[in-house]
Design a protein around this ligand. Structure first.
Ligand code: 6PG
Length: 243
């Protein structure tokens, strides 16, 4: 594992969310950029974090400087209970004073291939680049039970090689279409936070951390910032397998 990677372990998912929220606040307040571009993850884990950001930092963070993007989105309408946008909107955006134009949702209701292209164009017109790739200040990632991250699933490792900034993928079990940032974009970020909690993630985490052979199939193993830093925020249950 890259020496610029840190692993922070906390007693509970609540403590994970508190620490991640505090670190995000610090990154935004210390940022030298005019705009802070953050790509957020979906699923269940980040909900606590978004609620914490709203509860603790609604009046502390200069939200007009913060631009929200997604690491991935399900190809569903924004009002679907599957929508990563809807979850973040209910947990955070509806509780803070942030300009609508700062929220760059992936339009899951669009044709997936067209939307992957459109989203890449939107990133190009808003985010400065480094070596020709959009430079996110922070990418938040989760870890699926199968070792996926964003919506890059096992068997789709070519999404860490492609020069496309966004791609259409499919959930291997449900077949649900997803739009995802690709590996090179994720790894170009200044900061990457893996936020993972729960005993059901412990085996995958230990396989990835200990770089055992089987983890070579897990997309999460290939997240490795080229220039930036990475921190794993894990609760004790999730960390139970780390030697
Ligand atoms: C998504 C995610 C996905 C998620 C992991 C973990 O759209 O589902 O972005 O990569 O981070 O599946 O999900 P949980 O937090 O629900 O375990």
């Amino acid at each position: 594992m890259n020496e610029s990677t840190k692993v922070n372990i906390y007693t509970s998912p609540k403590d994970v969310s508190k620490s991640v929220a505090k670190k995000i606040k610090k990154l935004i307040l210390n940022s030298k950029q005019e705009k802070f571009h953050i790509a957020i993850s979906g699923g269940n884990t980040p909900r606590k974090l978004f609620k914490r950001l709203a509860k603790k930092y609604a009046d502390v963070i200069p939200w007009e400087q913060v631009h929200f993007w997604w690491g991935d989105e399900r190809c569903v309408s924004p009002d679907s209970d599957q929508s990563n946008y809807r979850m973040a909107s209910e947990a955070l955006f509806q509780k803070i004073d942030i300009p609508e134009c700062n929220i760059h949702r992936i339009k899951g209701e669009n044709n997936p291939a067209d939307e992957a292209e459109r989203y890449a164009e939107e990133m190009e017109s808003h985010i400065s680049s480094r070596k020709g790739l959009p430079l996110f200040d922070l990418v938040l990632l989760g870890l699926g039970d199968d070792g996926h991250t964003a919506s890059i699933f096992p068997g789709q490792l070519e999404l860490f090689e492609t020069n496309n900034w966004c791609a259409v993928s499919s959930h291997p079990e449900s077949g649900q279409k997803r739009i995802t940032l690709t590996g090179k974009i994720i790894n170009n970020a200044r900061n990457i936070f893996f936020v993972v909690t729960g005993e059901n993630k412990a085996k995958r985490i230990s396989e990835i951390m200990n770089e055992v052979e089987v983890s070579k199939q897990y997309p999460a193993r290939y997240v490795d910032p080229v220039h930036g830093s990475m921190i794993w925020f894990i609760d004790e249950e999730g960390a139970s397998g780390i030697s």
